[in-house]
Design a protein around this ligand. Structure first.
Ligand SMILES: CC(C)(COP(=O)(O)OP(=O)(O)OC[C@H]1O[C@@H](n2cnc3c(N)ncnc32)[C@H](O)[C@@H]1OP(=O)(O)O)[C@@H](O)C(=O)NCCC(=O)NCCS
Length: 182
């Protein structure tokens, strides 16, 4: 498949929110942009599967999730890195903007689901994704950007300018079917 420019895509959020500095720093074989409604076909889920278990809901359900995210303006920012030669996704990441009542109605950016295709790891793609997401978080006025990670990935996030703070707690629901009861 040949490279699809941003202008031919239905994007999750405006492409202008991608840092120009990050775009300039990215290798010329690659492109960074917001998630597009057709990215299921560019290997979005296979890239995410380097991170954790990913079950494939099928394209229609994937597209429905895309639209559910876009229906929450200025909240979900998922970005992808594309290998131009194949028009396939090689890296993904998301920042979620949380609007708080404290800190004078401040906002916090939560970075989630960072993954780089195994063949493409170690080429600064992860670093570019983190910088692009941090830029979007700060554009939204977030006073901090935070994320959870394994001990193994601490050095990676330190290279991205992050520092270790506090701990993560988790409680997994006993019913793992994920079907909302609301
Ligand atoms: C972690 C991950 C996102 C890093 O992306 P990447 O593109 O391979 O990393 P980069 O090339 O951008 O690395 C940037 C710097 O961090 C270093 N780095 C990356 N991962 C590292 C690790 N696990 N331990 C130590 N250093 C690491 C790199 O060597 C590089 O250092 P340099 O600037 O001195 O050369 C990627 O390896 C990945 O997808 N892993 C599997 C999924 C995962 O763990 N995601 C994170 C969930 S919190």
């Amino acid at each position: 498949m040949s490279f699809t420019p941003d202008s031919a895509l239905d994007l999750l959020f405006p492409a202008e929110l991608i840092s120009l500095e990050v775009k300039k720093a990215l290798h010329s074989d690659l492109h960074i942009r917001p998630l597009a409604s057709t990215d299921y076909r560019r290997g979005h889920l296979p890239v995410l599967s380097v991170l954790t278990v990913v079950s494939d809901p099928g394209e229609a359900a994937w597209v429905q999730q895309f639209h559910a995210q876009r229906a929450c303006p200025r909240t979900y920012y998922s970005i992808v890195v594309i290998d131009k030669a194949s028009d396939r996704i090689v890296g993904v990441g998301t920042v979620l903007i949380e609007r708080k009542f404290l800190r004078g109605l401040g906002s916090v950016g939560h970075i989630e689901d960072i993954a780089v295709d195994k063949q493409q790891q170690g080429k600064k793609i992860g670093l570019r994704i983190i910088h692009a997401l941090t830029y979007i978080s700060e554009l939204n006025g977030c006073y901090k950007t935070i994320l959870n990670c394994s001990n193994d990935n601490i050095p990676f996030y330190e290279k991205c300018g992050y520092e270790k703070k506090e701990n993560e707690m988790a409680k997994y629901a006993p019913d793992r079917s994920h079907t909302p009861k609301l």
